[in-house]
Design a protein around this ligand. Structure first.
Ligand code: NOJ
Length: 557
């Protein structure tokens, strides 16, 4: 099946995500900054990156590392100044790359002037910028739990009411039903667009339209009810996005990607090809969704078996092609390192499995997102002490589950080591100098000790490195339209070891075979493929079997 896709730069692009706190520190304070990013632009250009997405760099008290913003039109002094930002943007554009910034407008920081005003009195001009409710029978207004454990409501003594926070109490939810809130958000977005940014990644954008405040379902073993039905992917959210599109987005040529999750059907509404809302959304099914139904949600021992991951990814590929645009990714700042979660980070298999996962993702239909350090095959850090963590999500989960006696500390520490977000937030490993060349000061979070073996300087110069493998995959995408616009045909669906698929466009055929396991497995390579081998993570190949974590890409022109 050949599908006519309209060409667009954001479909052809490869996006690289930077978590600024952990990328590169230029002034020795132990925290990455904008000038640090500016110094590394050639590294990204050399990799072949088209678009850089930088996680929030705005003023913030950092309860959630910048996803709690106290001023939307300035730069956090930890990261630099507005002049630094302007210079960075210029440097990105001068190299022919584009910049996407993070739009965090489901909530602000509790230290944002709007919230400071809002909490002062019940009838102040900013009261209605947030969601305030009376308690019910001396308790919270409803049973919703927050995404970071505990109730989603915080009692505020000043006025004797509760405010809603779907994340930490320091992240009160904005009241999008108030047109003045929407005016403020859209003005601010326009201001950044006029500065020359090229797009927005929209934080938890599926939650902005709250439709009611009814108690939610309590899953077996859960302590709180779910806000899902009232606040996720509502008609109201779609209406706000169409308004955003008309009032801001349509005036510029932007990449817009919503952090929304949900189902394929939902994604088609957000990101349909005839485009009334967003260009694309991030799905969560292949990461967070793997834990659905486990009592503690993401805190579990559940692995990432091929069958489950493939069923989800293929469903999204087939479900969206021709209707909406996909994002493809395995890593970001909210997930553990992909080679540790989906691959194998032991010394014997790390490089091969990192390359196999990269092949699998970059040859799929959709815009690929690389998270910093993924291109080096960086691994989880596996902290052993609670004091090593920095993430609010970890501390709140500890309080809810361990301090209450519901979960054994050892079990929780094991879950954290597997899945906590801090695994992705350890500093970028640049070279073999102290602190991996990330900082000359004391890093805000520990550097992974494996930086002597895994670092950018060595990998840039090593033709067999994970970095140079990513470079080859990106170059293939840039050269061959079938990688971007080809159809998607799943193969070998009964095989428990091999993830295989084909892409087709105007007579071109791309075949991808990936061994998901550490064993050599039978595979009729010759019968399944056409054309020439164009990418592989092995030098020598068998004709009837795939070696451990072997990946092969064949192209027939
Ligand atoms: C999603 C972001 O990716 C995550 O890092 C953050 O904690 C929450 N949204 C709240 O903003």
């Amino acid at each position: 099946m050949i599908i006519e896709e309209k060409r667009a730069w954001w479909k052809e692009a490869v996006v690289y995500q930077i978590y600024p706190r952990s990328f590169a520190d230029s002034n020795g304070d132990g925290i990455g900054d904008l000038n640090g990013i500016a110094q590394r632009l050639d590294y990204l250009k050399n990799l072949g990156v088209d678009v850089i997405w930088i996680s929030p760099f705005y003023p913030s008290p950092n309860y959630d590392n910048g996803y709690d913003i106290s001023n939307y039109r300035d730069i956090n002094p930890e990261f630099g100044t507005m002049e630094d930002f302007d210079r960075l943007l210029e440097g990105i554009h001068a190299r022919g790359m584009k910049l996407v910034i993070d739009l965090v407008v489901n909530h602000t920081s509790s230290e944002h002037p709007f919230f400071i005003e809002s909490r002062k009195s019940k009838d102040g001009p900013y009261r209605d910028f947030y969601i305030w409710k009376d308690g019910k029978d001396g308790k919270e207004p409803n049973n919703w739990g927050s995404c970071f454990s505990g109730s989603a409501w915080q009692y505020d003594e000043t006025t004797g009411q509760y405010y809603l926070h779907l994340f930490a109490p320091q992240q009160p939810d904005l009241n999008w039903a108030n047109p003045k809130v929407r005016d403020q958000v859209f003005d601010m977005m326009t201001w950044w667009c006029d500065k020359g940014i090229d797009g927005y990644r929209m934080d938890v954008i599926g939650m902005i339209g709250k439709e009611n405040f009814d108690d939610g379902e309590v899953a077996p073993g859960a302590l709180y009810g779910s806000f899902e039905k009232s606040c996720q992917h509502t008609e109201t959210t779609h209406r706000y996005l169409r308004e955003m599109r008309e009032r801001v987005l349509d005036k510029y040529d932007l990449l817009t990607v919503g952090e929304a999750g949900g189902t394929c059907e939902g994604a088609i509404r957000y990101a349909s090809l005839d485009g009334k809302e967003l260009n694309m959304i991030f799905s969560f099914e292949h990461n967070d969704g793997l834990n659905d139904g486990t009592p503690l949600g993401k805190w579990s021992d559940h692995g990432a078996p091929l069958g489950e991951v493939r069923e989800i990814i293929n469903r999204w590929q087939l479900g969206l092609i021709g209707k909406a645009w996909n994002t493809v990714y395995l890593s970001n700042h909210d997930q553990p390192r992909q080679v540790s979660r989906y691959g194998n980070d032991s010394p014997l298999f790390r490089v091969r499995s990192a390359k196999m996962l990269a092949t699998l993702v970059h040859m799929l239909h959709g815009t690929p997102y690389i998270y910093q350090g993924e291109e080096l095959g960086m691994t989880n850090i596996y902290f052993t002490k609670l004091s090593q963590y920095r993430d609010v999500e970890v501390f709140n989960a500890w309080k809810q589950w361990v301090e209450s006696g519901l979960v054994h500390p050892e079990d929780m520490m094991r879950y954290f080591a597997r899945i906590s977000r801090d695994n992705a937030r350890t500093p970028m490993q640049w070279n073999t100098e102290k602190h991996a060349g990330f900082t000359t000061g004391t890093p805000w979070i520990e550097v992974n000790k494996n930086y002597l073996e895994i670092n950018a300087e060595d990998e840039v110069h090593d033709p067999d490195s994970v970095y140079n493998y990513y470079k080859a995959l990106i170059a293939l995408r840039h050269a061959e339209p079938v990688v971007v616009y080809g159809s998607f045909v799943p193969m070998l669906m009964d095989d428990n070891s091999v993830y295989a698929y084909r892409r087709e466009l105007d007579g071109q055929v791309l075949t991808v075979l990936c061994n998901w396991t550490e064993k050599t497995v039978p595979c009729a390579i010759q019968e399944l493929t056409e054309g020439k081998l164009v990418v592989s993570n092995y030098d020598k190949h068998k004709t009837d079997a795939l070696q451990p974590y072997e990946a092969l890409v064949y192209l027939k022109k």
